[in-house]
Write a protein that binds this ligand. Sequence first.
Ligand code: SAM
Length: 282
Amino acid sequence: MLSYQHAYHAGNFADIHKHLTLHAVIDHLLRKDSPITFIDTHAGRGVYPLTAEETARLHEYREGVLLLWEARRKLDEEPLLAGWLAALAEAQPRAGRLSHYPGSPWWMGRRLRPRDRQLLFELHPGEHGHLTGQAPAEGVRAIHGDGLKGLVERLPVATPRLCVLIDPSYERKAEYSEVAEALLATLRKARHAVVLVWYPLLPAGRHHELLEAVKAGGIRKVWRSELRQRQPGQEARGMFGSGMLVVNPPWGLDARLADAMARVVPLLGDTADYRGDWWVGE
Ligand code: SAM
């Protein structure tokens, strides 16, 4: 059963972590000419109006993107954040006013070149409907189906390079191991793929299952970063942090994100912190 809808959480601190990392990776990949296939296995709706009933109910964006937006002039001298915030400004229908938060399909595809391709998988019929309702862009296909199966079935891709985002809702416990299996299968078929995997930090700590399976699977060059909004135990329930793995990260990604996060973390409050390290080295 699919009950998760990202609209309830759009623009929260985890989205900042995920989409800033995605933005930094893509920015680096687009420095070279050779074509890329981008695959988003769990695409969601695409773009989230902040006044939508679901988003306005929890307004998590107020403790996320809104804090960065309001501080944007002071963040201008940090190059990665400046680029991210300039892109966010482009996504707004009315200049100077934050009314929409763009999801991963937008961050991934906004600079798509005619030689690149983008595949967006979404299993929820309503969320898929939102995606296909947006103006179709050249080279982009929205597919109603299972993203992990769809990813592995489509490999190898026709382009020399591949960039994948795996961003499930982890509603089912089995998703942690399914993600690890799909990641290993992807790297077997596309050894040089750059793959980003998002995971939540929850009191149950199930993300360790995913991390351990990745290590045991023998993949090399897996970089990990975690952004905690509060420390575990500060609240008995709920997500306290956001985690990302990047397999085959572009050179310098760790330093670029560390510089940007050093400016983001103080905005998120006293208990926030950010760490990056190699989960599996070369
Ligand atoms: N990646 C989006 C972003 O960053 O804007 C958010 C995605 S949200 C965390 C997870 C999405 O995965 C939900 O829209 C959910 O309906 C969808 N989903 C759940 N199971 C799926 C599956 N097996 N294949 C594809 N999509 C799935």
